[in-house]
Design a protein around this ligand. Sequence first.
Ligand code: VGL
Ligand code: ZN
Length: 196
Amino acid sequence: MKALIIVDVQNDFLENGSLAVPNGNQIIPIINEIQNDFDLIVVTQDWHPSDHKSFAKEHPGKKEFETIDLNGLEQVLWPVHCVQGSFGAEFHQELNTNSVEAIFRKGMDPEIDSYSGFFDNGKRKNTGLFGYLKDRKVSEVFVCGLAADFCVYFTAQDALDLGFQTTILKEATKPINEENWKIIQKKFQENGGEII
Ligand code: VGL
Ligand code: ZN
């Protein structure tokens, strides 16, 4: 069984959003078009409390996109984004979610960020996505959405580590940082992942 994981296609990561990914809107029609090719579609949703410690405003004197140590993990400080219940946290209205069977939310614990749809960044808590995919007899996972160099990559790398044959759909994702994304793609392929 082939599953498509659509990562964080939420208003804050799109045009006029607080953490807009360059050209992010271009992937929405592509994601809508490819959905027929999969047996199962799930989505992830970044879902932060308003005082999440990944937000730069929680660290006086620190700037957005600076890196700090947060409870022992390296943490990039982000603009406020995807706050629970806000418009920015909603899926983009052009994303077709009719065939989406389940939504996996992440990033609710204010003390730790959660890029992957499977676990938080410290692998302290499991979202249940692994059990769900196993239960649905999934063997192949395809990952698309935003952002390529953060949540898409971490989700795909975890899928690979968990034993799924894993592919990142390059035309259906966009990075925050192109240089970072080039390095990550190489690393992901060396780890046994596919990028098509
Ligand atoms: C993401 C930064 C912070 C993402 C989420 O979806 O890639 N990036 N939170
Ligand atoms: Zn986030």
